[in-house]
Design a protein around this ligand. Structure first.
Ligand code: COA
Length: 160
């Protein structure tokens, strides 16, 4: 069992965040396809992330169903962790699920020795930007044309 397995208390009352298992793959894939129109992770990529040692994937479970997921990447010899992906099922949004996933990501990154958590977000994703702002992320920079469709990324960092 991976060190971050097991239920973790979350911000929202009915939401628990736990390590993802291979049995969550179909639910995560569905959340991914309902959440992103471009740059989606394939099932193979998600499978690799769940099984790999350089990533931690967590799922938020609400009312017995997977409501959202997050993937955190680690690099050997680096104390910078990367919040690689986060998505919440459209039916479960606005209830603090993403906030709970971010808290879990911070806890896991700290536990694995990271002192910073970084991410990229589309410049137009106002909802995600305000969520990260409330979760303590600050502006690091802007990467022009970062996404496949040419949109800029905003790079953010949270000190842990
Ligand atoms: C961005 C995203 C992860 C947020 O997930 P979420 O679980 O809805 O986020 P939270 O509920 O924790 O926080 C959202 C905030 O917006 C508010 N909100 C109000 N109505 C909302 C609605 N219909 N949908 C979403 N958020 C809403 C929430 O109340 C909350 O604010 P608060 O903390 O001040 O109350 C989700 O919208 C998503 O999966 N989007 C598509 C994928 C994406 O953009 N991922 C980020 C890529 S970097």
């Amino acid at each position: 069992m991976r060190p971050d397995a097991g239920l973790m208390p979350a911000a929202a009352n009915r939401v628990a965040v736990r390590a993802a298992r291979s049995g969550d793959l179909t639910a995560i894939e569905a959340i991914e396809s309902r959440s992103f129109s471009a740059d989606r992770f394939s099932r193979t990529t998600l499978k690799r992330l769940i099984a790999g040692r350089t990533a931690s994937v967590v799922v938020a479970v609400a009312s017995a169903a997977a409501a959202g997921y997050a993937a955190i990447l680690f690099r050997k010899g680096s104390t910078v962790a990367r919040l690689y992906s986060i998505a919440v099922d459209p039916a479960a949004r606005g209830q603090g699920v993403a906030t709970a996933l971010i808290k879990a990501a911070i806890r896991i990154a700290r536990r694995r020795g990271a002192d910073r958590l970084r991410l990229e977000v589309r410049a137009s994703n106002a909802l995600a930007l305000s969520l990260y702002d409330r979760s303590g992320f600050t502006f690091l920079g802007r990467s022009p044309g970062y996404y496949q469709d040419g949109e800029d990324a905003i790079r953010l960092e949270r000190r842990l």
